[in-house]
Design a protein around this ligand. Structure first.
Ligand code: PRX
Length: 664
């Protein structure tokens, strides 16, 4: 970990400010900065009382909690620990008998454009039936279930059904490889897999079940008793007798009623693997009570949700955004939401805008990468420009997953939001469970590229390496000083790593986010300057450089050594750049291209296609200090195409820099 030295230099001079209109302020749940500040003051004055009231008001408890926060075993904080509830009941049953029961819960648009709608009542019946099927196959409270499903109503049903019986799900994004699935099955000790035969993306049928078969064939997955296969397409897939069943077979004869199992508030609702600084992905464990509170509360705070909203978060359920703002938050809040199976560029790059018009979407939440690629597409082809669609239904826009550059922000504001919709640039992480630093649409004056201010009760700060506050305008390390309900509880199977990664001793017990940030001198607004560890953010997908390095060097017949760094990319935010030393002589020209491709495919097989390096450069060696440490700083400069201005006097082999700079 090192303080981001570039943070100060890279502070943008951004003077544009966009306050919410009076009409928006007036109608908003948190109204104006006065409304925001009142909530902050309440949380500050009575920290536990504030969260207790939120948890009582936002969730239905089968057993009320008597203690709000238990800090006795810090940093393993516990929230509402003696209370009991069920997450699925809080997303579905709570709406039964209210005006919401016959409301559309999900508008599903398939890759081919087919639209299916399901009401809350129908969704409850289908979740219950699936929960019964799981129970009938011996899946019980506390068991782990691996979910490898496409973006479909069934994907949400799978997650909700696990929650209903108290099973802990672990969703793996469909773009991860068999090897990645295999590692996660073993680490989680999963008893069942929920998958689909294929997924449809951009008109293509891509296998899912075959990848599960490959993962299970790698051995050591003896905990898996059942594989349930949703038949998304008519194409047959391999089925293993006694182990594999289609969803239809598993559901046959099962009742559509299933009593939700009450669990303690700290019961693990899910594990979600994410990349850290070392090779092995971390199983981020979330609670039931605190997590669900956040999912529900931020729907109200950040999106100012109203009963007639049509909410659309474009994230896949394989990522945290798809957990909190597809599978749980919108349902807990009783919203109508859009779920989209496909990709933004199929059948053309106007798909998002056409869907907003078609379904009269009012709140649209997506990633900067998607915006940037759609800007490019709209500039190249006027027929897919957002101006070609009627976007007048929109009232709030959101951004998530990576810093949004002010140019993209302005385009989004003008061309999608019609200069009338506030943009909530939400900063958060897999570990935070939900938004932590974000504007509130009816309160916060917006500054492009800034996630503005922490939510009430979130004690975000910027500190130096000893945990001391730095003044506004100076860059530093982003921390959160006090616990909050939806924070990560531990790393599955590795509590020591949890402590070391997030609560390093020198930081006074603060939560270390892993990002650099700077607060503006005038307003104290936060701007995230990027990760300060070895984690990359490529198209909003989080990836560890060490993970990719391990994948490269595991090609033992070819690769001697590898170092991976990120470099800025106009569309994907960051791009993966690998420096590789082969066991044979350094290739050039066509041969270099061919070996680079071979290595890209290897990484896709080891981790998944999302981890393929964009650039691969071959060298006779890597720049190292005399003690043998690879100097990544220098590699980052070379990857960017910058001249080396850093001190290279400690370098053992300075000539290598020229060689690496020349090869590409
Ligand atoms: O670097 C920050 C970036 O994404 C990281 C978290 O990635 P992940 O756990 O995959 O969760 C992504 C979805 C919440 C952070 O450490 N990040 C996320 N949101 C923003 C952001 N960077 C800048 N601005 C944001 N709004």
């Amino acid at each position: 970990m090192s303080a981001p030295t570039s943070a100060i230099e890279s502070v943008l001079v951004e003077n544009r400010v966009f306050p919410p209109s009076d009409a928006i302020v007036k109608a908003a749940r948190v109204s104006g900065m006065a409304g925001y500040e009142a909530l902050c003051a309440e949380a500050e004055k009575d920290f536990e009382g504030f969260w207790a009231r939120q948890a009582q008001g936002n969730l239905q408890w089968t057993k009320p909690f008597t203690r709000t926060l238990d800090e006795s075993n810090a940093p393993f904080f516990q929230w509402f620990a003696d209370g009991e509830l069920n997450a699925s009941a809080n997303c579905l049953d709570r709406h039964i008998g209210t005006a919401t029961e016959n409301k559309t819960a999900i508008i599903f648009e398939a890759d081919d454009g087919t639209v299916t709608k399901i009401t809350y009542k129908e969704l409850l019946a289908r979740v219950s039936q699936f929960a019964n099927a799981l129970k009938a196959h011996g899946v019980a409270k506390g068991d782990r279930v691996l979910i490898y499903m496409p973006m479909t109503i069934e994907g949400v049903i799978a997650m909700q059904a696990c929650a209903r019986i108290g099973a802990t799900h672990s969703v793996v994004f469909g773009g991860f490889s068999a090897k990645a699935v295999h590692e996660r099955i073993i680490d989680a000790g999963a008893v069942a897999v929920l998958t689909a035969n294929y997924q449809m993306r951009g008109g293509k049928e891509l296998p899912l079940k075959a990848i599960i078969d490959e993962a299970l064939a790698m051995g050591g997955c003896d905990t898996i008793r059942n594989v349930f296969v949703y038949q998304r397409t008519a194409t047959a897939c391999n089925m293993v007798a006694g182990r594999d069943k289609t969803f239809a077979e598993a559901l046959a004869g099962q009742s559509t009623e299933c009593a939700p199992v009450a669990v303690g508030a700290e019961h693990p609702l899910f594990i979600l693997y994410t990349s850290g600084s070392t090779g092995k992905p971390k199983g981020v464990q979330h609670s039931t009570g605190g997590y669900l509170l956040w999912a529900k509360m931020t729907m109200d705070w950040t999106f100012d949700l109203r009963s007639d909203d049509v909410f659309w978060c474009t994230a896949d359920i394989g990522w945290i955004t798809g957990h909190t703002y597809v599978a749980y938050g919108p349902l807990a809040a009783g919203a109508t939401q859009i779920i989209f199976e496909g990709i933004p560029t199929f059948p053309n790059a106007g798909r998002f805008w056409q869907m907003i018009e078609r379904h009269k979407c009012t709140i649209f939440y997506t990633a900067p990468t998607a915006i940037r690629s759609l800007i490019k597409a709209a500039e190249a082809d006027e027929t897919v420009h957002p101006a070609r669609s009627d976007l007048s239904s929109l009232r709030i826009l959101g951004s998530v997953g990576e810093p949004i550059n002010p140019e993209a922000w302005m385009w989004y504001h003008k061309n999608v939001g019609g200069e009338r919709c506030p943009i909530v640039d939400t900063f958060w992480q897999t570990e935070t469970g939900g938004h932590v630093i974000t504007p509130l649409p009816g309160a916060t004056p917006l500054v492009p590229g800034s996630c503005t201010l922490p939510l009430p009760g979130i004690t975000a700060a910027i500190v130096d390496e000893m945990g001391n506050d730095v003044p506004n305008g100076a860059g530093g390390i982003l921390v959160i000083k006090r616990p909050w309900p939806s924070m990560i509880r531990t790393i599955w199977n590795d509590p020591e790593r949890f402590k070391k990664s997030y609560f390093p001793e020198e930081l006074k017990g603060y939560y270390l986010a892993g990002d650099g940030a700077v607060r503006s001198a005038d307003r104290g607004y936060f701007r995230i300057t990027g990760r300060i560890d070895d984690v990359l953010n490529v198209s909003g997908h989080r990836m560890g450089t060490m993970e990719i390095e391990s994948a490269l060097v595991s090609k033992t017949d070819l690769v001697a050594e590898a170092a991976v760094v990120g470099r800025p990319d106009d569309v994907t935010g960051e791009a993966i750049c690998a420096f590789v030393v082969l066991k044979r002589s350094r290739p050039t020209g066509e041969e270099a291209k061919q070996i680079a491709n071979e290595l890209r495919n290897w990484v896709a097989k080891e981790i998944g296609p999302i981890a393929k390096p964009k650039d691969i450069r071959f060298g006779d060696n890597l720049p190292k200090t005399r003690s043998g440490k690879i100097m990544r700083r220098l590699l980052r400069s070379i990857a960017k195409g910058e001249a080396i201005t850093q001190d290279t006097s400690t370098l053992e082999n300075p000539a290598i820099l020229d060689q690496l700079a020349q090869t590409n």
